[in-house]
Design a protein around this ligand. Structure first.
Ligand code: G4P
Length: 292
């Protein structure tokens, strides 16, 4: 089996998307960028920096319920060192979202102060959500608008169709998120997105993807993974990852007629369990490549 695969991405309306984000950005004071806490590098599109230019931003490390807690703290610290405010959130349960309005206020302090100095008493700030597909943009918008009993309204002077949620005093959010495209220049980025299920399985070889995931897991050795597949007495780090996939399939009784192991089924099962965090709360990408 070849050890590499290129994940193809058809950006379709990339230019149109870019234009739409630029147009929406004109309406807001800041952007909240949602990324996947398990893959903070691969779930960001670096092009956003150009798009948002000097606008303040908050990074939301979403799905933190599935990421390693220490790793998430390290990421928040990493962004802080760069002067970026980041927040760990879980849009499934709503955990962490209560800190969002304050974080936004903080990054907009300068602008608010400037406007107040000009005589505006309580300027209303507006934000928009941006992020690549599947990071949880809709979940975030649903959650935050529900929690804050959203007031949706059309405003004069704003393009028809744009609606604003009031999420706290003097803070409003555009109801439609800006959808960025993932950056696939680097093969690792594509693979990591595929591990988390952000990329459709049909576009890649599922067994090869499982083998790549095992390359990672056998070094990290998360306890849940070891226990779940009863690997305590196996020297998995020395094992070829395809052999490990076979072993896992065998342990789960995934056989085809003739007694051969159904490695495809094993691959699907492994990826499903990883995506559901059944193999542990695992962060795939660490700041500075640090290990936890
Ligand atoms: P998008 O708008 O950015 O494309 O993402 P969306 O909100 O649709 O979320 C993509 C998937 O991620 C959804 O799962 C959603 O439930 C899940 N998700 C979002 N935020 C979190 C989180 O903080 N933690 C966890 N564990 N999951 C999260 P799905 O399986 O596609 O849909 P559903 O079965 O949940 O309805």
């Amino acid at each position: 089996m070849s050890n590499t695969q290129t994940i193809q991405w058809f950006p379709g309306h990339m230019t149109k998307t870019k234009r739409q984000i630029q147009a929406s950005l004109k309406l807001v004071d800041a952007a909240a960028e949602i990324i996947d806490a398990r893959i903070p590098v691969s779930s960001r599109n670096p092009e956003l920096n150009n798009l948002i230019q000097n606008k303040p931003r908050v990074i939301l490390l979403n799905k933190c319920d599935m990421a390693n807690q220490t790793a998430t703290k390290m990421w928040i610290d990493y962004y802080k060192k760069q002067g970026i405010t980041a927040l760990a959130v879980d849009c499934k349960s709503g955990r962490g979202l209560n800190k969002f309005p304050q974080a936004v206020n903080e990054v907009m302090k300068e602008k608010i102060n400037r406007l107040q100095a000009k005589g505006m008493k309580n300027p209303t700030m507006r934000i928009m959500i941006v992020g690549i597909p599947n990071v949880g943009k809709s979940s975030f918008i649903n959650r935050i608008s529900r929690q804050n009993r959203a007031k949706v309204e059309d405003r004069p002077g704003v393009t028809r169709g744009n609606q604003w949620f009031t999420i706290s005093k003097n803070l409003e959010m555009l109801d439609t998120p800006g959808v960025l495209w993932p950056k696939f220049d680097d093969q690792t980025v594509g693979e990591h997105l595929a591990f988390t299920g952000a990329v459709k399985d049909q576009v890649m070889d599922i067994e090869l993807l499982a083998v790549r995931l095992l390359d990672f897991l056998k070094k990290l050795r998360p306890q849940e993974f070891i226990t779940r597949f009863k690997l305590e007495n196996e020297d998995i780090e020395q094992m070829d990852s395809y052999e490990l996939l076979r072993l896992i399939g065998k342990k789960r009784g995934m056989l085809v007629s003739g007694g051969e192991i159904n490695t495809e089924r094993a691959a699907v099962m492994l990826l499903d369990e990883f995506r559901a965090a059944k193999l542990g709360r695992i962060t795939v990408e660490m700041p500075y490549g640090d290990k936890i």
